[in-house]
Design a protein around this ligand. Structure first.
Ligand SMILES: [Zn+2]
Length: 157
């Protein structure tokens, strides 16, 4: 019915859903503080304008907002969300054998790296581990990270 490009009725619900998903991931990483939430609001505002210019992009706002917030956090606070797979957990395999071609210091050595949004511009975005090339979770469904310095015992919720 409505292919009028300027006011698609699905824009606000899409933005609202994207905001909720990114906030859920921030909460999972325990970084959903007020100043961080304001970064999300900034991105939502920007993407609202962006979708008004390119209405078809409404399907991509979740992935884009996630990347906006990721970039903003990197500038101010550091990497987010940290990869739960390469967290230096001394489980099965040592993390040393995966440095084939060290593309220029994307992640610090020894430290956890950040997940990447894939696809960068597409529907149904997921967080992926770029090192292992595996999907970690859909955007909005990151598992809560265990707080560091806990008793280290059975922390399953
Ligand atoms: Zn990883």
């Amino acid at each position: 019915m409505d292919d009028s490009p300027t006011h698609g009725p699905s824009l606000e619900p899409a933005l609202h859903a994207a905001r909720a998903l990114v906030l859920a991931d921030l909460a999972a990483g325990d970084v959903a503080r007020a100043d961080v939430v304001s970064l999300v609001e900034d991105s939502v505002s920007h993407r609202r304008w962006w979708v008004e210019q390119w209405p078809e992009g409404v399907a991509y706002v979740t992935g884009l907002i996630a990347q906006d917030v990721q970039d903003a956090l990197l500038e101010r606070y550091g990497r987010w969300p940290l990869c739960p797979l390469c967290d230096g957990v001394p489980d099965v395999r040592s993390a040393r054998d995966v440095t084939d071609d060290a593309d220029d210091a994307d992640g610090e050595e020894g430290g956890p790296h950040a997940l990447e949004v894939e696809p960068e511009l597409g529907e149904d975005p997921h967080w992926i581990c770029g090192k292992k090339g595996v999907v970690v979770a859909p955007v909005g469904s990151l598992a809560p990270q265990k707080p560091a310095g806990g008793p280290g015992g059975t922390g399953l919720l």
